[in-house]
Design a protein around this ligand. Structure first.
Ligand SMILES: *[C@@H]1O[C@H](CO)[C@@H](O)[C@H](O)[C@H]1NC(C)=O
Ligand SMILES: *[C@@H]1O[C@H](CO)[C@@H](O)[C@H](O)[C@H]1NC(C)=O
Ligand SMILES: *[C@@H]1O[C@H](CO)[C@@H](O)[C@H](O)[C@H]1NC(C)=O
Ligand SMILES: *[C@@H]1O[C@H](CO)[C@@H](O)[C@H](O)[C@H]1NC(C)=O
Ligand SMILES: *[C@@H]1O[C@H](CO)[C@@H](O)[C@H](O)[C@H]1NC(C)=O
Ligand SMILES: *[C@@H]1O[C@H](CO)[C@@H](O)[C@H](O)[C@H]1NC(C)=O
Length: 662
């Protein structure tokens, strides 16, 4: 709840009060025309329909309209009188009566009655008003202004007459229209206006469709005390009928304005003026209380939640420290762009200096787009915080405040590996790395990955191994960064982030990723293989995102081809200055190992454990076919590995993420 909600309530109260006010002053509706959806506001008897922009009281259904009657009412009752007062009303409607026989029959009536049901057998001369048994009795409970088009009996007036009827088909007062301009059954529209005021009912008519002319001719105007005959609440509407003689009885438009006398007459308005401010006041008060209570509760949740997060984090050994947002803003000079170290998949990294001991840190500000839940964040901090390895970038602290999610890492003065491998047009001052350093970097990353895969309590997949995620400390020791974080943030943000961030980085992604969309131990190994080739060759991994088996542009394809030609050593980065320490055999082993990790069949890739054994010289590199095998899916496990820990099956320990189609 916030202030805008508060305004919403006030607005609602205002609207209600307006509705309330208008309701007590008048009962109003207007149908300039009738459309099928107006049926919702009307009560129509079985045979009556809205058709051709009019209420068809006795419609022409498949040409048979003999002996029909029908009724149509506005669906809300109108309060006609109370103990102190009789209401007054004005209504204007347009009738269109088209005879189908000569003469037409029988007529239409404007009616007021508490009973909306069409009486049985009310067709023919009964006009839908009464039937033979209710005619002339108080059971009928009806006032009708009849517009008769056919003389049905000797008591009935001549055809084309208007009459006022009470509980009967016989009129208390009637007027022939013979000497007026009004001809009911001419087939053209007739506008009728009925006023009820001061216990007099007046009926006007005109041969025009505009209500302007509706008071042209006064047809009949007898005094009438409606409260003597009708219940307090009545429905207003029309009835009509046909007999052997037929006509189309249509109402084309209808407006009604009635004084709404409500329940308690004069006191009503006063009552409303007291009630409405009170209602507004109460709503306002309740809104305020809810708002206040919610705010309090939020504060409580916040006060409450942080110790719990800390508890959880404290329980993990050597837990990272919790920093305040203030501390980190100060350390990074307000996330100043001059302190920016880089921009990664899930946020921006800033260099910072922590106040008291001038300790250098790297602060990752997770971008708002990849916002993750607090609990996931806790899970992440505890997982990453419990990982300790000399080749992993150390998480030293965290902060979750004001929806800012910050991770504090140790600062790596030499930056990321990619700066040393590839030629940057703008940064050509970077020294390149010699073979020993490259080998030690590969060895370090392999150790870190082996630790993540096999060495720690829970298996952690890195998912995004690439040169820019390898940090170098002062002695150029490799430290794998950004591990694990990908997992939880990705899930939250599948739709907002590109495939690149969901499934890794193009060029480092194993071919099966495009089919399965899931990260496994083997996809990590593949990424590592690409990294190995990259470090040795000083080449970018290339791009293989578009075609699943087209490696023409990729480093894997290129090295494999050289290997096929027996010339793998020519893949070595030309910038590596040869030294006495350098051992061609070692370079070859590393390159072949890199290729083995990039085997298209995930089952053929070595585990990180065996990679380490090869790098340590404890084992020979795996056999690699001279021609790069085609990528086949599903990949068949090789028979000799079947009984081993096939990590493609067991290795999917982390929840996998579907990648969106590319
Ligand atoms: C209509 O009603 C009249 C009188 O009740 C009757 O004589 C006549 O047969 C009826 N017509 C039809 C078609 O039902
Ligand atoms: C009905 O119309 C008459 C004359 O046009 C007018 O004086 C009266 O106020 C109207 N009554 C209602 C309830 O609108
Ligand atoms: C007249 O209508 C009433 C109410 O619909 C019904 O109960 C009664 O039977 C009808 N009388 C005749 C003669 O049809
Ligand atoms: C009413 O109009 C119809 C059709 O134009 C005509 O046949 C009929 O004679 C007219 N009736 C009167 C009373 O003028
Ligand atoms: C209308 O009729 C009722 C009941 O018969 C009566 O109490 C009331 O005084 C009458 N009103 C007028 C204005 O005649
Ligand atoms: C209606 O027409 C039928 C024949 O179709 C006839 O038997 C009957 O008497 C007529 N009724 C009246 C009231 O005209």
């Amino acid at each position: 709840m916030n202030m805008s909600m508060l305004h919403k309530y006030q607005f609602l109260a205002f609207v209600f009060s307006i509705i309330f006010l208008t309701k007590v002053t008048s009962f109003y509706f207007n149908f300039p025309t009738f459309q099928p959806n107006d049926e919702a506001n009307l009560l129509l008897s079985k045979n009556s329909k809205i058709y051709l922009d009019a209420i068809q009281i006795t419609p022409d259904i498949r040409g048979i309209i003999v002996n029909y009657s029908g009724r149509a009412f506005y669906n809300k009752p109108y309060k006609l009188w109370n103990k102190k007062k009789i209401a007054s009303f004005n209504t204007t409607f347009v009738l269109n009566i088209t005879p189908q026989t000569s003469p037409g029959g029988e007529g239409v009536a404007f009616i007021l009655t508490p009973n909306t049901n069409l009486p049985e057998n009310s067709e023919g001369k009964w006009l839908g008003i009464v039937n033979a048994s209710t005619n002339g009795t108080s059971k009928a409970e009806i006032l009708a202004v009849e517009f008769d088009t056919k003389q049905s009996s000797t008591q009935d007036g001549p055809s084309n007459h208007v009459g006022i009827n009470i509980n009967s088909i016989n009129s208390i007062k009637q007027t022939s229209l013979t000497n007026t301009k009004v001809n009911l059954s001419s087939g053209t529209s007739v506008t009728i206006r009925i006023q009820y005021f001061n216990d007099v009912i007046s009926v006007f008519g005109s041969m025009s469709e505009t209500s302007h002319d509706s008071m042209e001719t006064l047809l009949v105007s007898p005094p009438l005390n409606l409260s003597s005959y009708l219940k307090q609440e009545v429905f207003v509407g029309f009835s009509g009928s046909t007999s052997n003689y037929t006509e189309l009885n249509c109402v084309k438009a209808w407006e009604f304005i009635g004084l709404d006398i409500g329940d308690n007459n004069k006191n009503n308005l006063l009552w409303v003026w007291i009630i409405i401010p009170m209602v507004i006041l109460i709503i306002g008060l309740v809104t305020f209380l809810i708002y206040y209570w919610q705010k309090r509760r939020n504060i409580e949740i916040q006060e409450d939640a942080y110790p719990r997060i800390e508890d959880q984090i404290q329980h993990s050994s050597m837990s990272p420290k919790k920093y305040t947002l203030k501390e980190l803003i100060k350390a990074t000079n307000g996330f100043n762009h001059q302190n920016k170290l880089g921009e990664g998949g899930f946020g921006t990294v800033y260099k910072g200096i922590l106040g008291n001991n001038n300790k250098e840190i790297a602060v990752k500000r997770v971008s708002k787009n990849s916002r993750q839940g607090k609990q996931e964040f806790v899970a992440e901090v505890t997982t990453i915080g419990s990982l300790h390895h000399k080749n992993l970038v150390k998480l030293i602290g965290w902060c979750y405040e004001k929806k800012e999610l910050l991770l504090v890492y140790e600062y790596m003065p030499n930056g990321s590996l990619d700066k040393y491998l590839f030629f940057h047009p703008n940064q050509n001052s970077y020294a390149t790395l010699n073979w020993e350093t490259r080998h030690s970097v590969i060895h370090g990353v392999a150790q870190a990955l082996d630790y993540l895969h096999n060495g720690c309590e829970k298996r952690v997949l890195h998912r995004d191994i690439k040169a820019s995620n390898i940090m170098l400390d002062l002695e150029f020791n490799a430290k794998l960064g950004d591990f694990g974080l990908a997992r939880t943030i990705q899930k939250k943000n599948e739709t907002h982030h590109s495939t690149k961030e969901i499934a890794g980085t193009p060029g480092y992604m194993a071919p099966e990723t495009f089919l399965t969309g899931r990260a496994t131990v083997e996809t990590d190994v593949y990424g590592f293989g690409v990294l190995v080739l990259e470090v040795v060759c000083g080449k970018r991994p290339g791009n293989n995102i578009y075609a699943q088996d087209d490696y023409k542009n990729s480093i894997v394809y290129w090295v494999w081809e050289l290997y096929g030609k027996g010339n793998i050593l020519s893949a070595l980065d030309k910038r590596v200055i040869s030294s006495s320490e350098m051992d061609d055999e070692e370079i070859e082993i590393v390159l072949v190992l890199g290729l083995a990790c990039c085997h298209p069949n995930p089952h053929e890739r070595p585990t990180m454990r065996s990679v380490l054994q090869v790098l340590n010289g404890e084992a020979n590199p795996p056999m690699v076919p001279i021609d790069r095998p085609a990528f086949v899916w599903p990949a068949m496990p090789s028979s000799f590995k079947e009984n081993e820990d096939s990590s493609l099956i067991n290795g999917t320990l982390t929840p996998f993420t579907e990648i969106s189609g590319r």
